[in-house]
Design a protein around this ligand. Sequence first.
Ligand code: ADP
Length: 656
Amino acid sequence: MGGIRLGNIGNNSGFTLLDSDYSTLVEESPDPILVHDLTGKIVYCNLAAAGLLGYTGEKLDLNVVDIVPPSELKRIADRRKKRVSGLDDIHAYETLIQKRGGAPIPVYIRSKPITIMDGQRCIQLNIRNITDLREKEKELRESQERLIQFMEGSIEGFVLLDSDLRLLEANSVWLEQANASFDYAKGKHITEILPRLEETGRLDVYETVLKTGESHEFSHVIPTSGGDVWFNIKVFKVGENIGVITNDITEQMAYEQKLHSLHSNASDLARVNNINEIAEITENTLFGVIGFTRGSFGLVEGDKLVHRYRWGFNSSDPFILELDGSGITVEAINSQKTILVNDVSKNQSYITAEAETEILSELCVPIFVRNEPIALLNIESTEKDAFTSSDQELVEILASHISAAMYRLQAEDVKLELLNQMKQINEELSRSNTDLENYTYIISHDLKAPLRSIKSFSSFLEEDYGSSLDSEALEYLNRIVAAVTRMDDLISDLLTVSRIGRKFMDEESVDLNELLDEILADLSATIKEKSVLVQKDDLPTILTQKVWIRQLFTNLISNGIKFNDSNEPTLNIQYSKADDFHLFKIQDNGIGISSEYHERIFNLFERLHTVDEYPGTGAGLAICKKIVDNFGGKIWVESEGSGDGSVFCFTFPVFD
Ligand code: ADP
C-alpha cells in the first residue's frame, strides 16, 4: 500500500491501518483522503491528499491544525469538540486548508468516523479541492457586480434575479419604475414585483430563458390609476441568474397611438373639396389627438392673417391680424417656424383678443404651399406646459397633410379656371368660325346671281350687237366675260370651302381603286394630251364621305399634272398603312416647290404663279387641307425645290 502513514511516508512497513480492500480503494481514489485520530494527529493520507498538501515521499508528522490556516483554527476546534461528543455524525463543510508553504486552498470536506484495524477510533476526511469552483464563482460575482455597476448608470431599469426568479439586485431606475424600495423588493419573486406576468403568460419566458439560455424580449402593459404603463422587457441569462432590462415605453406608445389616430383622421383630408372641410377635419383631429382649450385655423390673405376658423373662443367671427403687426401667430407666419410657448405670460409677443383669457400655453405651426406660408394652426391651453415636443411634431405632421390638401385644392381651382377659359375661347372661336363660314356661304351664294346676270347680258350683248361693235369694243367685252368667269370660279371655290364641314354627308364604304379610276377617266383628256404616265399602288376601301375624298384626290392629281413641264410627266400614287392611320402619297416629277412655300401654299387663294403661267384660283390646296383636317388627318408637302418634283402626303385615321 502506497498511502502515507504516520511517521512513515511511502513505506509499507509497520502496522496495517486499514483492511486491504478498503485501503486499495482509498489509495487509488483521485480524491484526497486523510485519516486523523481524535487528537487531530494525521495517521493516514493517500497520495492525492499528499499531493494536494504539497508533501511527497517524506515523513509526515502532522496534526490537522498544521494544515489549517490560523483563520480556520477556531472553527476546527469547535467542530472537533462536537465530534468528540458525537462521533457517529457525518459532517460536510467548506473550509480552507493550508498547503505546505502556506497557500490556503478552498476545500469541501466530508468527515466521517471510522475504526482502524487496531480498534482505534479515527476520523476520515474526504477532501475536494474547490479552488476552481471558487474562482468561477468569484469571476461570476465580479462580472455580475460589473453588470450591476454598469446598469446603475443606465437609463433603463435593470433587475438581477436568481434561478428561482427572486430579486437579487435592482438598479435605481428599475426601483423607480416599480415604485419600490430595494429593501422591499429584495428576495421577492418576479411575479410579486412585476404585476400581470402570470395572467399574460409571460412568466413562461423567464422559465424558457433559464432553461435554454436564449434571450427574449416582449412588451408588457400594467394598468395603473394614472393610465396604462407600457414596458419593453428584455430577459437574458447571466451565469445561473437572470438579468432583466425594463424600458418604460409608455410615452412612445402614447405617441404612436396618437400618430396612428392622427394619420387615420388626416387621411380624410385627401378627399376634401373645400377649405371648410379642411377646417372641420383639422379641428376634430387636433381636439381628438392633442386636445386644447381653444384654437384656430388662420389663412394668409394678402397682408393679413385671417383667423377664419376659431374653436373654443367666445366669438367665432374671423379675427384679423396685420402681418406687419405683432403676436405669436403673426410671428410664426413671418419667421416661417413653429412657435411653442409653454408660459405665454412670460412671452412678449403674446397678445390676446380676449382680455379675460387664462391661456398659458400656445402652439403655432405655419402651413406652407410651394414654400410659402399660406395658413396657420394655433392651439392654446389654460395649463402651463400643455404641449410637449411630441405634440409639436404631431401638429407639424398634421400641417403637412393640410398643406397637401390645400395644394390640391389650389391646383384644382387653377385647372378648373384654365379649363373654363379654354372652353370659353373654344366656344367663341367655333362661333366666329361658323359665323364666318355662314357669311362666306351667303355672300358667295348671293354674289353668284348678279354674276350670272352680268355673264348672260354680256353674251346677249355679243350675240345681238356684236356685229355693230368695233374690234376694240369687242375686246373689252371679251375681257369682261373673262373677268366674270374668273370671279365665278373664285366664288365657286369659296363656296366649296365654306361647304366642307358645314355640309355633312353620310359616310359610305368607298373602294379607292374604283374612285381613282373614275377620277383618272375624268382627267383622261389632259392625261392623254400631256402623255402622263400614272402608276398607283393597290388602294384600300375606307368608310368616308365620297364627295370630299374625290375632291381631295382630284385636286392633288390635277395639280401634279398641271405643275409639270417634264417631257415625260409621271404621277405615282402610293399607299401604306400604319397601326392607326392610312398614309397616301401623290408624287410627281413636276416643277417642285421650294421649302419656304411648303406651308403657305395651303392658304386660301395663295398662288406662286400667275394665271397666265398656270391657270387656277389658288383654292385647291386650301380645300384639300380643310377636307383632311375635317377627317382628323394631316396634309403636307415634301419637295427638294424647283425642278425636283413634289410629293403631297396626307393621312386619315384608321376607324375601320
Ligand atoms: P391652284 O392650283 O389653283 O394654283 P392650289 O391651291 O392647288 O391652287 O395650289 C397653290 C399653289 O401651290 C400653286 O399655285 C402652285 O404654285 C403650288 N402647287 C400646287 N401643287 C403643286 C405641284 N404638284 N407642284 C408644284 N407646285 C404646286
